[in-house]
Design a protein around this ligand. Sequence first.
Ligand SMILES: [Zn+2]
Length: 109
Amino acid sequence: MNKYQLMFSGSLASAITGILFSFYGLLVKKVFIYIGLALFVGGVALLGRWITKAYTYICKDCYTRIDIGRKEALFAPPAGAACRRIYCPKCRRKTACKARRVSLRRYVF
Ligand SMILES: [Zn+2]
């Protein structure tokens, strides 16, 4: 376990707990909706941060390596197998970029 594996499972756990809390809030006590939403948003934000660390994207047109931000990590639309449409600074337009997993093994506690 390193901190990025922890980050990944933590973000999923937080998002799922958030959904459960929201349902509980809908059915039983309204205040839990807000706690649930906060947990969910926090979990998704953490997951986005994890994606920016765990993946790097390669532009298919010019082979530039692109490090994406959190916003793109969460909202960039998919474009075929393991590809997403991401703005390439070299092509100056959105291109289909291939995802490449970054080894996080070097980030040990
Ligand atoms: Zn490009």
